[in-house]
Design a protein around this ligand. Sequence first.
Ligand code: 6R9
Length: 571
Amino acid sequence: METTTIDVRQGDFNVEDVETLRKDFNWEEMKATFSWYHTGKVNMAYEAIDRHAENPNKKDQIALLYSSPKREESLTFDQLRKRSNQFANVLKKYHVNKGDRVFLFMPRSPEFYASFFGILKVGAVAGPLFEAFMEQAVRDRLEDSQASMLITTPELLERVPVDELPDLEKIVLVGATGVDVSNYIDFDHEMEGASESFDIEWVDLEDGMVMHYTSGSTGKPKGVYHVHHAMIQHYATGKWVLDLTEDDVYWCTADPGWVTGTSYGIFAPWLNGVTNVIRGGRYSPESWYETLAKYDVTVWYTAPTALRKLMSAGKDIAKQYDLSKVRHILSVGEPLNPEVITWALDAYDRRIHDTWWMTETGAMLIVNLPCMEIRPGSMGKPIPGVEASIIDDDGNELPPYQMGNLAVKEGWPSMMRAIWKRPEKYNSYFINGWYVSGDSAYMDEDGYFWFQGRLDDVINTSGERVGPFEVESKLIEHHAVSEAGVIGKPDAERGEIIKAFITLNPGYEKDDALLEEIRQYVKTGLSAHAAPREIEITDTIPKTRSGKIMRRLLKSWELGLPTGDTSTLEE
Ligand code: 6R9
């Protein structure tokens, strides 16, 4: 095959090219287009930022355009290079080394991004946490990852159980003006004195880069470990799917605590050298449209839950803003409702391109490329270099229209390389060379994939993956709660809401104040998105003979569906 990779990187696929590429594409060839392919050593921070800062025509282009209600600031590629160099020097001064885990627990801000790249520049592994996390969620992640350093703010520090985390040796405080920093490292002070040059730690493609904790149906959240190698796919999908070219202004609405906020909020856009809009502050239809209009955003990557909210706010609001520069809209995280696509055609005069992938997969796998016909309700087709299929539980491929496990042939570059410290968990994802996603789906005769649901009990609320186990564990910590079973209940706007069934300890009785107290308990202990919107008191929680909560049964009760096989139900 000749230089198809070059054509691909122009971002101007046509349908025939894609079909050919699906058959012939080879990631090795794509690698050869990067200079590091010949040296063998690499660093994401260099490819995303420094490479552009070294280019006289690009160094003064705005890389980061930050906007929040309180602050507006932009950084060029050159400035971002220098700031991240400074922070890398701070990390070195405090003996952070290659492979160390450094976590970030702070709102989106220019400091966040400078720190993030500083971490990569010393070869350490970055672990971004949602700002909304409360103490338990923070503790679980820092404990499991054995992070040696945390970068946070004085306000969020209250939720970090510092004394209970023996591995956490150092805490950097950002924005600590007027705060006693004697036990901490003061970001502003350290940055002032730090040099703007730094010798990047060149690492191997397979060296660790970023870690995201994600929920399964059992156990604590798991640490999904990604390596620098992923950049090939971030770069490629940024070009092919986001259709980025260097003069684009791009906005990914995701928080970096979610994998979308790193892979597509950081890596893909900057590898492709675009101006990246970062918005802080809360959601409102007005402020989102204003962001699109004010910064002349051209490519917009968001999520169904946001689009549904914008839809219910009405198209008249949309029409009050000049959204004419927006040429490409994409979505990820949950099923994209056909009615949202139809609405957007009217309200934005644009199609919405759905994309499917997971924390574990590191980057997009099944997508609607700009050139493709969109079939509303379908997630699209695999990108070149990726083979997806529907398989049965034994790993055999199923014919079109048959529902089964959505699976992907091993071997794409951005695949996670480990579940932190849990090899058995990692291995459990695979069967016969297929990565099994946990989603059920079918494929039509033209190769489009159609999402059906999660096969496990994982809840997807407003695009956030929530493990029922975590919520149940928190619930039963409350003195009034004896047992708890948690499910996702279908909801028009949020996809699913969290519904908890609980039994009460002796001496407690149903009353609304108690239920609200229990809800608040989860909210302040775990996080707002994990707090059940509905709590129902029952006499028993159905369990299997081996003691597993039968969430499937709770769900059938809730939805008034047949209960199916209950043979394993405890008597
Ligand atoms: C990137 C991300 C992964 C799970 C995934 C699936 C659901 C994601 C979807 C979708 C239907 C889509 N999901 N994209 N469902 N259509 N286009 O979302 O990662 O937070 O790990 O969630 O989200 O169930 O298995 P993550």
